[in-house]
Structures are given as structure tokens and as C-alpha cells.
Design a protein around this ligand. Structure first.
Ligand code: ADP
Ligand code: MG
Length: 158
């Protein structure tokens, strides 16, 4: 587990970008998707972090808080990020039952090794997530300060 403190949204975006750049270096014999579970405070910076993450994956479209959309798929064309093809952004803020996510073809999405799947409010659907999900927790310290904790050791950013 490792904690980062950010003082501005731009720093949180940068941390997301650094994680994106490290992704090809995450060593695991994966036969399924790379899944990140984001949890923690509302306004903690999950979407902000993802904006930097998506930019780091070479995605030009802006990642928004999908308040009314549960899931959005982005094509990854950045050669450095190959072998990944798609980045899925899922937001479970409004989810009441895991079935709502399963109905989106979730099992198939998380079983494709060419997918990167990042889920906000992932703790709400914990029971359907893979065991090797990388967990990141966001906490509000004060107005501009956020604590971002990588709960899974193997994604430590140095
Ligand atoms: P979440 O997706 O976790 O609900 P958002 O990323 O949508 O959070 O919102 C974070 C809010 O907090 C934004 O309004 C942002 O401007 C503000 N903020 C203030 N300080 C920070 C920081 N250090 N990192 C990220 N966001 C911050
Ligand atoms: Mg959000």
C-alpha cells in the first residue's frame, strides 16, 4: 500500500497519467482484462484521476463523469499501450444491483485481455470483480487536498 497526497486537480491528473505510462510494465500473466477499482469519497478525484489516465493512454476524447451513462468505451490507438485495444470507464455511483452492470456484458468485457477497465465506486460491485483487481482509494483531506492510496502493492509508482 502506498499513499500520495495531491494539492490540485492537475496533480491528481498527473498521477493518473503516470499510472497509464506504467501500465505496459505491470507484469502478470493475464488471460483477462486489466481491472482497476476506484473507491472513496464523492469529489475525491476519481474522475479527475481518470482524465489524466485516459490522456496517458493517448485518448483524445475527454473523460466525463458519466452521471447518466453507466459505461463508456474509448479506443486506444497509442502504439506504446499495445496490446490494449479499449479503455472502459464504468461509474457505479447510481448502481443499485450488480445485475445492472452484468447486463452491459460485463463478464465478457473483463475477460478480454485487450481491455483496460476502470470502475468508479467499484466497491458497490465488489462481488463480481476479479480477484486481481487493482484497488485505488480516494479521500478528501480538505478543500484542495486529496489522499490517493494504491491499495494493491504491485502498482506502486516510483
Ligand atoms: P469523484 O469522481 O471522486 O466524485 P471528481 O474527480 O469528479 O471526484 O471531482 C473532484 C472535485 O474536487 C473536482 O471538483 C475538483 O476540482 C476538486 N479537487 C480539489 N482538489 C483536488 C485534488 N487535489 N485532486 C482532484 N480533485 C480536486
Ligand atoms: Mg466520478
Amino acid at each position: 500500500m502506498i499513499e500520495y497526497i495531491t494539492n490540485y486537480p492537475s496533480q491528481t491528473k498527473k498521477l493518473g497519467g503516470i499510472l497509464a505510462n506504467k501500465i505496459t510494465k505491470i507484469k502478470s500473466k493475464r488471460e483477462d482484462a486489466l481491472v482497476f477499482g476506484l473507491e472513496g469519497d464523492l469529489g475525491g478525484g476519481k474522475t479527475t484521476f481518470l482524465q489524466g489516465f485516459a490522456k496517458g493512454l493517448g485518448i483524445k476524447e475527454k473523460v466525463l463523469s458519466p452521471t447518466f451513462i453507466l459505461m463508456k468505451r474509448f479506443k486506444i490507438s497509442h502504439l506504446a499501450i499495445k496490446p490494449f485495444n479499449y479503455f472502459y470507464h464504468i461509474d457505479c455511483y447510481r448502481v443499485q444491483k450488480t445485475k445492472e452492470i452484468l447486463d452491459l456484458g460485463f463478464k465478457k468485457i473483463i475477460s478480454d485481455p485487450k481491455n483496460i477497465v476502470v470502475i468508479e465506486w467499484a466497491d458497490k460491485i465488489r462481488k463480481i470483480l476479479p480477484k486481481d483487481t487493482f484497488w485505488v482509494k480516494f479521500s478528501i483531506m480538505n478543500k484542495g487536498m486529496r489522499k490517493i492510496t494504491f491499495l494493491t502493492k504491485s502498482i506502486v509508482i516510483k
